[in-house]
Design a protein around this ligand. Structure first.
Ligand SMILES: NC(=O)c1ccc[n+]([C@@H]2O[C@H](COP(=O)([O-])OP(=O)(O)OC[C@H]3O[C@@H](n4cnc5c(N)ncnc54)[C@H](OP(=O)(O)O)[C@@H]3O)[C@@H](O)[C@H]2O)c1
Length: 383
C-alpha cells in the first residue's frame, strides 16, 4: 500500500494560471457518474455551474455511455431534462492506462478539462487491497496525471471517513491528510487512504487539490431511496425479515447523498491555492442502538443478537441469506468494529457558511422515510 501511495516524479503540474482562478470554467470531468454519489454530484454540477461535464463511463460506445448516465440519474429520481446538451459521456475504464480512452483522447481531455472530480471507486468492504488497487489507487494516479498534464486542472477527490483512525488511536479525526495508521484494516480503507496520499503529494507539487470525506452516504430524504448495495441496508434488509439485528456498540456519521453532492459542488467552486480537506460530518453520529429502536418504533419486532447468533438466525430464517453480508461479519475480528474519534468539520462548516446548504436532520423520521420506501418498493414486507 505504501509503495503504491508514492506519486511518480513525472506528475508535475505546470505553474500556469488555471481557468478556476478566472471563474470561467467551461468543462469539467467527473468519474463515477453512473454510481450513487456520482449521479447526484452530476445533477448538482449541472445545476450549480454552466460547465459541460465529461463523464468517463464503462460502455461499448458513447451512446451507451450516455444512456447509462441517464438511467442512473432517473433511477435515483433526478431530473434528466436537457442533459444531452450538458454532458459528454466517454466510453472508458479508469483501471486502464490512459483511462482506456487511448493516449490521443487522454491528452485532449487534459487540455479541455478545467477541473477533475474523481468520485469513481469500487466500494466494497469485502474485497482485498489487491483487487481494489487498479480501480481505487492506480486510477487516481492516472487522473492526477491527466489533471497535471494540461492547464493544470484543480483536482477534487471524493474520499471517505473510512480512512479515519479509530478513537483508540486518535481522539480526533482531523480535516487534514492522515499519516498511515494501523486502523486501516480492510482493502477499501487502505485503497482510499493511498489515493488521498497521492492527492496530497500532487497538492505539495502545486496542483490545486481538495478532498471530501463523507461518512456513510445515505439516501436523499426527499425520495427516501436507499442504496441497496450499502452494508447498512444489506444488514437491515436481511435482518428485519429474520426478526433480528446484530448487537454492536457502534456509532457512525451519516451523510445524505443530496447534501453530500451539494456540499462538494459548492465547496469545490472557489479557487484555492492550498490543499483543503473537508470532513462532511456536520450531523451528530447515529448509534446502532438508536437505529434499532427506530426500526422497532416503525413496527418491526426485532431482537438484538450477538454477531454469531445473528449470523445463525439469518442462516436459519432466510430463504436466500445474503452470503456477502454474512461473510463480511465472519471476517471481522472478535469484538465490535471500532468507531473513529470526534470528527472535526470546521473547514466544512466555514466553507458552507452563508450558503443555503444544511445537513438534514438525521433521526427516527428519516429512517422511517427510508423504511417507507423499502415497503413501497417491495424490498421489505410491511410491518
Ligand atoms: N456509498 C458510501 O456510503 C460512500 C461513503 C463515503 C465515500 N464514498 C465514496 O463515494 C464515491 C462513490 O461511491 P458510490 O457509493 O457512489 O459507489 P457506486 O454507486 O458503486 O459507484 C461507483 C462508480 O464508480 C464507477 N467505476 C468503478 N470502477 C470503474 C472503472 N473501472 N471505470 C470506470 N468507472 C468505474 C462505477 O461505474 P459502473 O457503473 O460502471 O460500475 C460507478 O459509476 C467513492 O469514491 C466512495 O469511496 C461512498
Amino acid at each position: 500500500v505504501l509503495a503504491d501511495a508514492v506519486l511518480s516524479e513525472d506528475v508535475v503540474p505546470p505553474s500556469l494560471p488555471n481557468a478556476w482562478q478566472s471563474g470561467t470554467v467551461r468543462r469539467v470531468l467527473l468519474t463515477g457518474a453512473t454510481g450513487f454519489v456520482g449521479a447526484h454530484l452530476l445533477a448538482e454540477l449541472l445545476a450549480r455551474t454552466e460547465a459541460r461535464v465529461v463523464c468517463p463511463v464503462r460502455a461499448a460506445d458513447a451512446t451507451r455511455a450516455a444512456e447509462r448516465v441517464r438511467r442512473a440519474m432517473a433511477g435515483w429520481g433526478l431530473s434528466t431534462a436537457g442533459i444531452e446538451d450538458r454532458i459528454s459521456a466517454v466510453p472508458a475504464d479508469i483501471t486502464q492506462p490512459w483511462l482506456g480512452v487511448g493516449e490521443k483522447r487522454f491528452r485532449e481531455l487534459s487540455e479541455e478539462c478545467e477541473g477533475i472530480y474523481h468520485n469513481a471507486a469500487v466500494v466494497s468492504v469485502l474485497r482485498g487491497y489487491g483487487s481494489l488497487r487498479a480501480a481505487n489507487v492506480l486510477a487516481t494516479r492516472e487522473l492526477l496525471r491527466l489533471a497535471a498534464a494540461g492547464r493544470p486542472a484543480p483536482f477534487h477527490y471524493v474520499s471517505t471517513l473510512a480512512v479515519a483512525p479509530p478513537a483508540a488511536l486518535s481522539p480526533e479525526v482531523p480535516e487534514d491528510f492522515l499519516p498511515p495508521h494501523p486502523g486501516l484494516r480492510d482493502g477499501y480503507q487502505q485503497s482510499k487512504w493511498a489515493s488521498e496520499r497521492l492527492v496530497e503529494q500532487a497538492g505539495e507539487r502545486g496542483l490545486p487539490v481538495c478532498v471530501y470525506r463523507p461518512g456513510r452516504v445515505v439516501g436523499a430524504p426527499g425520495t427516501g431511496i436507499v442504496n441497496e448495495q450499502d452494508l447498512l441496508w444489506r444488514v437491515l434488509l436481511s435482518g428485519i425479515p429474520a426478526g433480528a439485528l446484530p448487537e454492536l456498540n457502534v456509532a457512525e456519521t451519516w451523510t445524505p447523498v443530496d447534501y453530500a453532492a451539494r456540499a462538494i459542488a459548492y465547496l469545490s467552486l472557489p479557487a484555492r491555492t492550498s490543499p483543503a480537506v473537508f470532513n462532511l460530518a456536520l450531523a451528530p453520529e447515529v448509534r446502532l442502538v438508536d437505529l434499532i429502536c427506530w426500526v422497532r418504533d416503525y413496527g418491526y419486532p426485532v431482537d438484538t443478537l450477538p454477531l454469531p447468533e445473528w449470523r445463525a438466525r439469518l442462516d436459519e430464517r432466510s430463504e436466500a441469506p445474503d452470503r456477502a453480508t454474512l461473510t463480511f461479519f465472519e471476517l471481522q475480528p472478535a469484538g465490535a468494529p471500532e468507531s473513529p474519534g470526534r470528527v472535526r468539520s470546521g473547514n466544512t462548516a466555514r466553507g458552507l457558511a452563508g450558503s443555503d446548504i444544511g445537513c438534514p436532520h438525521i433521526g427516527r423520521r428519516l429512517l422511517h422515510r427510508y423504511l417507507d420506501y423499502c415497503v413501497g418498493s417491495g424490498l421489505l414486507p410491511p410491518p
